[in-house]
Design a binder for this molecule. Sequence first.
Ligand code: NAD
Length: 270
Amino acid sequence: MTDLRVAIAGAGGRMGAANIRAVAATPGLIVHSAFDRPDSATIGRDAGDLAGIGPLGVVVGGDAEAALVGADALIDFTAPAVSVFLSELAGARGLIHIIGTTGCSREEDWSIQKAGSAGARIVKAGNFSLGVNVLLGLVRQAARALPGFDIEIVEMHHNKKVDAPSGTALMLGQAAADGRSIDLDSNSVRSRDGHTGARVPGSIGFQALRGGAVVGDHTVMFAGETERIEITHRAQDRGMFAAGAVQAVIWAADQPAGFYDMADVLGLKQ
Ligand code: NAD
């Protein structure tokens, strides 16, 4: 089998560098191209140098369309509007498009899903780690088994993160809502301040902490009258997300066009 040629979007970003390292280290995949915003200071740098693994002979460009010429797959951890635009290009070219971008609106998610029908093989996930995807199943189960317990989700991330609550916190909230067979949007409490009144029974609370270099911590609490369960996941290295993205590229190579998530890749859907 010939190597899969992978384009890296957002090459100058934290996840971009981790994705370059992960693709370069995976037999059967090659870093085909790397690109960032046209005004990024990383344009013209060697992608391997940027990722701290020495030169790869791939220069970071500023033109997404040029970077996708000859590519089989695109790994994209950038920003919502960018991922929507790139999914249109991926749909038109029948590419594998792995999307880790978080903070997409419902409309942006719809546009991305349409690209799956247009011919792309899209895997989009708010979290590409094995641990979090297993945690989702545990949360769904606990929410179902503990109907009277209050559910609170607390997350902490580094001080550069621009969206809140995190994509992972929202996925955990959705898993809890699924376990209770309730709608998440109409039962979420996103922040509390001032005279809030008593907690609304059955609601799912979110709290977002920001500070330092924290890669990503999530705790789901189930608080009852006389006992409390807390389930915590701590991400220690972005390499774990990149490893999941690479696994998704390899998995998607054998799938028909469509829209998938990490539970499909990991075989966690019943
Ligand atoms: P970052 O700011 O370090 O990197 C984003 C990069 O995208 C930057 O280099 C930026 O210049 C680039 N970019 C912006 N516009 C672009 C364009 N038009 N074309 C190409 N590149 C463009 O952020 P990060 O920490 O790497 O996170 C990126 C995204 O991935 C965020 O949404 C974050 O929440 C998400 N994330 C997801 C997971 C997951 O497992 N799904 C894990 C970590 C981070």
